[in-house]
Design a protein around this ligand. Structure first.
Ligand code: ZN
Length: 253
């Protein structure tokens, strides 16, 4: 770190639990963020400001006026622009010392696997189950930590699947793909603006802890947040030995 970086990150360096070593680790890290919507907005801004050295942001959508109520990485000037490009521009203005790679695409499962392999931590900020499951599969195969977030109406949830560990449950252990999951997309549902900021910020926090080894992560737990009542609820997660995704892979490994 040079003097300017020591200044920029001084409030991290002042933390006994963090310090220069963790900051160096962060600067040398690569985070993959899938989705530059409400969750991605908050997560991306904290990852960038904290000094994650390399961030890949992938989103195939364009900024719409209805996004601006909660997707704070985008600006009025960006309406009509690809979200990945708009997010990268904001992050560059926030912290020009890091490298941000915008991918203006909705990644296929094969593409996701290649992107996950190149990253140190993965943040699922997507809004659909097909992407969530494809991303989980890629993380299981590549043994990369996955920070999953979701927020709809007034309800949020966050989970960490630290797939570097043998005993870790995966997203599929929790939400089976063939379960009759009612797809609730933000495109048609109401979303309380600060809710996605809280969840996305929590995701950034867990990603930073995973990358630096600082503190204890949320691995093995699911946090549920009720924004209407301002209540958190915690659920312990266990690995499903019959899980088609992590069970079969682990048995074969
Ligand atoms: Zn599983």
């Amino acid at each position: 770190m040079d003097d300017r970086q020591r200044l920029r990150y001084s409030r991290h360096l002042l933390l006994n639990e963090f310090g220069e070593e963790a900051q160096e680790r962060l600067l040398a890290s690569h985070a993959l963020v899938i989705g530059a919507g409400g969750l991605g907005s908050a997560a991306l801004m904290y990852l960038a400001s904290s000094g994650v050295g390399r961030i890949t942001v992938c989103d195939g959508d364009r900024v719409d006026l209805t996004n601006l109520q909660r997707q704070i990485v985008h600006r009025v000037d960006s309406v009509g622009e690809p979200k990945a490009k708009s997010a990268a521009a904001t992050l560059a203005s926030l912290n020009p010392e890091i490298r941000v790679e915008p991918l203006e695409e909705r990644a296929s499962p094969e593409r996701l696997l290649a992107l996950v392999r190149a990253a140190d931590v993965v943040l699922d900020c997507s809004d659909n189950f097909a992407t969530r499951h494809a991303l989980n599969r890629a993380c299981v195969v590549s043994r990369k930590p996955l920070v999953s977030g979701a927020g709809i109406r007034f309800d949020g949830q966050i989970a960490v699947f630290d797939l570097r560990r043998d005993e870790a449950p995966c997203y599929h252990c929790l939400f089976a793909e063939d379960a009759q999951a009612q797809e609730e997309r933000c495109a048609t549902m109401g979303v309380f603006a600060p809710l996605v900021g809280i969840v996305g910020t929590f995701q950034a926090m867990e990603a930073i802890k995973l990358l630096t080894g600082v503190g204890e992560t949320l691995a093995g737990r699911l946090m549920l947040f009720d924004a209407l009542a301002s209540r958190w609820h915690e659920v312990r997660l266990a690995r499903d030995p019959n899980c088609r995704v992590c069970g079969a892979h682990r048995a074969a490994a």
